[in-house]
Design a protein around this ligand. Structure first.
Ligand SMILES: Cc1cc2nc3c(=O)[nH]c(=O)nc-3n(C[C@H](O)[C@H](O)[C@H](O)COP(=O)(O)OP(=O)(O)OC[C@H]3O[C@@H](n4cnc5c(N)ncnc54)[C@H](O)[C@@H]3O)c2cc1C
Length: 396
């Protein structure tokens, strides 16, 4: 008899269910067995990219007319969750594909989509290069410039923490085309990975998701033309923020996967391990935190799948996406912490998977808008809504 999971399950349509099951099977067979090795050796899994192509996972963000699966955001979340539960690094690689694909879905020309989403289908990633040394949360503070040069622009600057950088076929680079216009002077350019003047010169040595590539990108005199612009000139920051709105739902799905993996480890160990003549779970001091995590994980799933469904209905998801990312990443943190605690000394030592998950989850509260930035977005919205209501009352 299959045990019923106590965690709340989203109601998926037939297509999302089929993809979730396919992702679970592929992840169990191919991704989970290598998770510990990728972490230990800090190795990018090229073989998993081949698996993405073979199984269609490389096409989940690619529209059907270009040969992809053109999936709903709900289905994408279900897949990212399954893959992340099996291997946090592989889930992060898949989720980072969204960061490169979404700007093209929103603002790409037909030719750009055909080329770059076509390449993504073949496993060649598009990277999203926004962050700089002096501009992370404050993205408008970037100093990379794209100054007029002949029939186009010349890009100079440095981008840090570029996900999939070095393995990508293309980079969406955000640069200032009007240095005096602040946030309204930034443009997104699609730059080929082999462009003259573009160099990946360093890879970060990270605490977690060590199977992913996080790279330093140097741009020196990279020539681009109007054909390279993604979206509209000087409207790149808006495109970046729209992309991050959706990317945050993918990060929330990563959080669900890691939280689920940690919760399952913690629950199994609590039943297996006996102290003072009885299993750990017979103590309320262990059972109650497990119950809390099961409840929080269910709530995180509700927030995440509802944000994804709202996107699929065509609604704006800045606020539900911020809540989903904020909560899911923090639940992943608490779940991994509990797993370490329940494993005791083993939980502090390699190769205990709880130890790896504890390190892997940490990035979720930082990238694609740190927890503080999600709270900032939500806090501003609260103020705006109260003020709007007060103004409406005065006007009534
Ligand atoms: C593994 C990894 C992968 C990444 N992938 C990508 C990628 O693919 N593409 C890309 O462009 N970037 C990527 N990033 C960059 C990432 O998005 C940034 O690191 C993140 O946005 C935080 O920016 P920062 O590091 O500059 O921190 P800062 O902006 O300097 O913030 C430092 C701390 O201060 C807090 N803080 C900042 N401002 C405020 C405020 N007003 N009020 C309260 N608290 C505040 C932040 O929340 C944070 O905790 C990646 C980073 C990592 C580590």
């Amino acid at each position: 008899m299959k045990a019923k999971d106590v965690i709340w399950e989203p109601r998926l349509d037939a297509e999302a269910t089929e993809w979730k099951e396919r992702a679970r099977a592929v992840a169990a067979e191919r991704f989970a067995p290598l998770a510990e090795e990728l972490d230990r050796e800090q190795r990018y899994p090229h073989e998993h990219i081949e698996t993405f192509v073979e199984t269609g996972l490389s096409g989940i963000l690619v529209p059907r007319e270009l040969g992809g699966a053109g999936l709903s955001m709900v289905a994408i979340c279900a897949i990212v969750e399954e893959v992340s539960a099996a291997c946090s690094s592989t889930g992060a690689i898949l989720a980072a594909h969204a960061l490169g694909a979404v700007p093209l879905q929103i603002g790409g020309t037909v030719a750009q989509r055909e080329t770059m989403l076509g390449d993504l289908l073949q496993g060649k990633a598009v990277s999203f290069a926004l962050t700089e040394r002096g501009a992370g949360s404050d993205a408008a503070a970037i100093t990379t410039t794209a100054l007029a040069d002949g029939d186009g622009w010349r890009i100079d600057g440095e981008k840090i923490y570029v996900g999939n950088g070095g393995a990508a076929a293309h980079y969406i680079v955000f640069a200032k085309t009007d240095v005096d216009a602040g946030p309204r002077g930034i443009t997104a350019f699609a730059v080929p990975g082999d462009a003259a003047g573009l160099v990946v010169d360093r890879y970060e040595d990270k605490m977690g998701i060590r199977g992913t590539l996080t790279s330093n990108l140097r741009l020196e005199g990279v020539h681009v033309t109007p054909a390279n612009i993604v979206g509209e000139e000087n409207r790149g920051l808006k495109l970046a923020l729209q992309t991050l709105d959706l990317g945050r739902v993918s990060v929330a799905a990563q959080g669900l996967g890691i939280a689920l993996a940690a919760y399952r480890l913690a629950a199994a160990e609590a039943v297996r391990r006996e102290t003072f003549g009885k299993p750990l779970i017979e103590n309320q001091g262990i059972a109650f935190p497990l119950a809390d995590i099961a409840t929080e994980l269910s709530a995180a799933r509700m927030l995440t799948y509802e944000a994804a469904a709202a996107h699929d209905r065509g609604e704006r998801i800045s606020l539900p996406g911020a809540m989903a990312k904020l909560y899911s990443s923090e639940v992943a943190h608490r779940a991994a912490d509990l797993a370490v605690q329940i494993y005791g000394g083993d939980g502090f030592c390699k190769p205990c998977p709880a130890e790896r998950l504890y390190r892997d989850q940490r990035i979720l509260q930082i990238y694609e808008g740190a927890s503080e930035i999600q709270r900032l977005v939500l806090g501003r919205a609260i103020g705006d809504s109260v003020r709007a209501e007060a103004a409406a009352t005065v006007g009534a």
